[in-house]
Design a protein around this ligand. Structure first.
Ligand code: FES
Length: 137
């Protein structure tokens, strides 16, 4: 799923222009990002945290397909937030609906790092996609 939401203005979010690392918690999976490979072209804005997580094999729920129309991709940017684009009013509106909101909360599909810092991103337990191979009761 994916595409664009015609009611939501795309965020002004330039992609990274230098190499950086992003670590996802609690999995502790680190992806080395080379701007030459961006965007990976999965879900959300080009080069966003959700796109990077999917490239790293880390599952984050993203019910709306990355178009800023839900809050299931809510994450905490524990380090490197200052290297990311600012959140839009639309993102803030969606985050208002999210559970466990903190000052470092972002929507993974709308948050795009510029590469000037390494990042540490924590996925809240309730937003981890549990539909994985081998999972089941
Ligand atoms: S996936 Fe819906 S807002 Fe990010």
């Amino acid at each position: 799923m994916g595409g664009e939401n015609p009611y939501i203005k795309p965020a002004d979010a330039p992609m990274a222009t230098q190499k950086f690392k992003i670590t996802f918690l609690p999995e502790n999976v680190t992806l080395e990002v080379d701007p030459a490979d961006l965007p990976y072209g999965r879900d959300g804005l080009p080069g966003c945290l959700l796109d990077l997580a999917e490239e790293a094999g880390v599952a984050i729920d993203h019910a709306c397909g990355g178009v800023c129309a839900c809050s299931t991709c809510h994450v905490y940017v524990r380090e490197g937030l200052e290297s990311c684009n600012s959140s839009t009013d639309d993102e803030e509106d969606m985050l208002d609906e999210a559970r466990g909101i903190e000052i470092t909360s972002r929507l993974a599909c709308q948050c795009v790092p510029n590469g000037s810092k390494n990042l540490v991103v924590e996925i809240p337990s309730w937003n981890r996609n549990l539909v994985k191979e081998g999972h089941g009761d």
